[in-house]
Structures are given as C-alpha cells and as structure tokens.
Ligand binder design. Structure first.
Ligand SMILES: NC(=O)C1=CN([C@@H]2O[C@H](COP(=O)(O)OP(=O)(O)OC[C@H]3O[C@@H](n4cnc5c(N)ncnc54)[C@H](O)[C@@H]3O)[C@@H](O)[C@H]2O)C=CC1
Ligand SMILES: N[C@@H](CC=O)C(=O)O
Ligand code: NA
Length: 440
C-alpha cells in the first residue's frame, strides 16, 4: 500500500524574503503566525530561509540569524527554493530575480514596475529553468484578478478590462470629492497608511496604474504590452473645481485603467491600453468605490461582465495575495510541476491613443451672444465629432457651455479642443475630461 507523507514530514519549502517593509513585514508575520495552516495547505512546511533588507540593524523585531543586507547572495543560496520579492523598483531587483530563476528558484513578486517593463526576460528565464513566476499582488492588491485572467478565463475571449487599480489616487480623489480635502494633505495620509509607492509621484502621475494596465492587457489579450505602450495621464491636474463641476452634473472623477480589444472597419484587431482621469455618472458602480479600494470590470464574449472588488493597497491586503501565490508555488513544488506559462501568442499590435475611440466632456466659458453655439458646434463637426449633449447657463455677460460628445478618435477630439480654445468667442476652456460609463 502506498503511503503519502504528512505535510510536516515532507522537506520544507525554503523561502528567501527580499524586503521587509509595508508588505514584506506583513508577509513575514503571517508566515510565522500561520505556519501550521500554511504547511497543511501547501503540502509541506513553508519556512523562511533568510530576509534581505537594506538596513538589518533597523529590524530588531526579526530573528537576527535570518537577516542580511546581501540579497544578491541570498537569492541563489542552495538553501532557498522560492524567492519572494517585496523591495520594488527595477534595478537591482531585475538582476536578482533573473539570477534566482536561472538557478531554478520560483519567484513571487508584487513588483508591477518591473513586470511591466521586463516580463519577457523574466518569463523566458522561468521557462528555461522550469520555475514559477507568480505576481497576483502586483495588480489590485488583495483582489484575485490575475489568476482569474490567466487561468479561469483562459478559455474565453476577453474584450475589455476597465477599473480603478491605484489605491492612492482613488483615496485622494474620494477625499477631494466627499470632504473637499486638499490634494497634498490627502497624499500624505495615503503615504502614512502604506498605500503610496516609495516615490508617490508613481501614483499621482499614473505610472503605477500604467504598469498595472500593461500587465492586465498582456494577460487579457495574450499579447506582450509594456508600460511604454500605455497612454498615461495622472491626477495632478484634477482640481477641486473639476470635481465640483462633475458633481453639479451628477458625475464624479476617477482615475481609470482601460484596456480594450479594438477591431477596426477592416476587421483588424489591436489592443488599446490607457490610464487617465475620467468623468463617470455617480450612479455607475465605479463611482461608489471609495478610499484605497480597487474595482475592475472584465468583459468577455462568453462570460459577459464580471466585477472584481476589494482592497487594492496596504500591507496586510497585499500580503494576502503574496501568500496565496506562495502556497500555489509551494504546491507546484510538492507535486513536482509548475504553474501556467506566459501566453503571448496573439501578439496583437498596440493602437496609438490618437486612434482610440473616446468621448469628451468639454466645459467652456464663452461670450453670451448670438452665434457662439453655432461656432463651437462647427468646430466639432469640422473634425467629424458628433455632439451628444449641450448645456448652457448664463453667468453675467458670459455663458458657461458644457458639451459632451459621442465617441470619436481621441486625436480628433483633441484637435477640436485646440481649435475651440483659439475661437474669439471662447474666453476659457475650463475643463476637458474623458467620459466613460454612459451610452455612446
Ligand atoms: N504598499 C502597497 O500597498 C503595495 C505595494 N506593492 C509593491 O510591493 C513592493 C514593496 O512595497 P512596500 O512594502 O510598500 O515598500 P517598502 O518601501 O515599505 O519596503 C521596501 C523594503 O525593501 C527593502 N530594500 C530596499 N532596498 C533594498 C536593498 N537594496 N536590499 C535589500 N532590501 C532592500 C527595504 O529595507 C524595505 O524593507 C513594491 O514593488 C510595491 O510596488 C504592491 C501592491 C501594494
Ligand atoms: N501604490 C499602490 C499600491 C498598490 O499597488 C496603490 O496606491 O495602489
Ligand atoms: Na491582485
């Protein structure tokens, strides 16, 4: 009769933890506190072999025998099976992870900046060594999103992934919208709560969301999309008056990542990936997503519409996703196999932003006299942009004119706004924002 060894009798899976800050600290805590449960789920004990931090002397809470400042040496140690990387940034982390994968170690990482630039090298090294590369925590923190895209939806055809994927900017926009709080104080609070990146400009300027959009588009459309393929605008230019204007129209402003499969008139498919502030109706489900929460819609041919919602940032929520990956990787090791490989077989071209269909909301301060509306409407028509709605209200000797368009190529909308700004009758282009979540 065959007997199966109990988990605690199997050789331990030995883990090198790189980084023990906001996320790494929670991973170390949970690995220790839940050791028995994790062993039972993984099929073998999961033990820390070492922890690399920049300054070991700053971590009196961690066992000194595990601490090192030499991550490079730790990742290729014979005593290590899996490397969990929670340092962040591109170099020197890229070199460490490539060395680890080449040495046959599996890798779990939350590093979206690295994956959005160098996933090709990393997947190649993982494939060559038969090792795993898992990164659920890299997008939308605790929310199981990448594994569903990579595995559960592998048999479907995804057409769109759209959502809030940056907790820090959502925290700031929610506070500005609900309490009128200032931008700077809210950003400080988001950093204090552990949501923001080490350099928070990565959040506010949209780099973090663009990296996540690249990862989402790559998985959803089986195509390699990098951060530089993603059109990126942050929230630095979103003002309290933009939010007030949106509120007056029954809308709010969110920073969205939008990844779409676009088919042109000749039936040629391409991928569009973009990150920018968007005006959405307050009745839209994404409008109700507050604080550092994330929410992502996925649309697929057979599945229809799916929504993923939960905590997108912070130490413990992100550690949950890291530990889920660690258990998956440990199970694969116990079973003597590995998880799914990268799938970039479709290799669709990336559509430039100018050719991507979008809709604009344009708010203008204009002269209050006959013929103004006709001139503005003529500018839109001249660029082939169809108007969906116009609202005019008088303010002294000026009028406020709000125009919402139907879908048109983004470049046509941009050229229209440039032309309108030069009209004598237009005193000021007060705000220009793209619109989502309404009938086209
Ligand atoms: N904080 C969050 O909510 C989330 C963070 N992430 C990602 O997780 C990763 C870690 O983020 P946090 O924990 O917030 O960062 P953190 O700044 O709190 O921690 C970074 C850790 O790396 C260590 N480190 C830095 N340079 C090192 C070096 N040269 N050698 C050894 N150790 C070094 C530091 O000592 C520190 O322990 C990043 O890739 C981040 O983008 C992903 C999702 C959410
Ligand atoms: N800085 C990021 C952290 C999670 O990815 C965010 O604010 O979403
Ligand atoms: Na996730």
């Amino acid at each position: 009769m065959n007997t199966v060894a109990a988990p605690e009798e199997r050789p331990a899976i030995r883990v090198a933890l790189l980084g023990c800050g906001t996320v790494g600290g929670e991973v170390a805590r949970l690995l220790t506190e839940q050791a028995e449960e994790l062993a039972a789920r993984a099929g073998a004990p999961v033990e820390l072999a070492g922890i690399a931090v920049r300054r070991p002397d700053k971590h009196p809470e961690l066992p000194p025998e595990l601490l090192t400042a030499d991550a490079e040496k730790l990742v290729t140690s014979d005593d290590v099976d899996v490397v969990v990387e929670l340092v962040g940034g591109i170099e020197p982390v890229r070199g460490w992870l490539l060395a680890a994968l080449k040495a046959g170690k599996s890798v779990v990482t939350a590093n979206k900046a690295l994956l959005a630039e160098h996933s090709a090298d990393l997947f190649e090294a993982a494939d060559a060594a038969g090792a795993d590369l898992y990164f659920e925590a890299a997008v939308a923190g605790a929310i199981p999103l990448l594994r569903p895209l990579r595995e559960s939806l592998a048999g479907d055809r995804i057409t769109r992934v759209m959502g809030i994927v940056n907790g820090t900017t959502n925290y700031i926009l929610s506070a500005m919208d609900s309490t009128g709080a200032g931008y700077a104080e809210t950003l400080d609070e988001a950093s204090r709560l552990g949501y923001a990146e080490a350099d928070p400009t990565a959040d506010v300027d949209g780099y973090d969301a663009a990296s996540k959009a690249a990862i989402l588009a790559s998985l959803a459309f089986h195509t390699r999309v990098t951060a530089s393929d993603v059109h990126r605008e942050g929230i630095a230019d979103v003002t309290a008056s933009d939010l007030a204007a949106a509120r007056g129209l029954g809308r709010t402003v969110k920073l969205l990542a939008i990844c779409e499969r676009v088919t042109d008139d000749d039936g040629v498919e391409s991928v569009s990936a973009r990150v920018h502030p968007v005006m959405i109706p307050r009745s839209h489900q994404l409008a109700g997503v507050g604080g550092a929460f994330n929410a992502v819609y996925v649309e697929a041919d057979a599945a229809g519409e799916l929504m993923f919602y939960g905590q997108g940032a912070g130490g413990a929520p992100t550690a949950s996703a890291v530990l889920g990956d660690l258990v998956a990787v440990a199970r694969n090791r116990v079973a003597g196999g590995r998880g799914p490989r990268e799938s970039a077989h479709a290799a669709l071209p990336v559509r430039p932003m100018g050719q991507t269909p979008t809709r604009y909301h344009v708010s203008l301060s204009v002269a209050d006299r006959a013929g103004v509306l006709a001139q503005v409407a003529q500018a839109f028509a001249g660029h082939g942009v169809s108007i969906a709605a116009v609202r005019q209200s008088d303010v002294g000797d000026r009028a406020s004119l709000v125009v919402v368009t139907h879908q048109a190529p983004d470049a046509a909308l941009q050229s229209t706004v440039d032309e309108i700004a030069k009209l004598d009758v237009v005193h000021e282009v007060v705000s220009v924002m793209r619109v989502e979540g309404e009938d086209q």
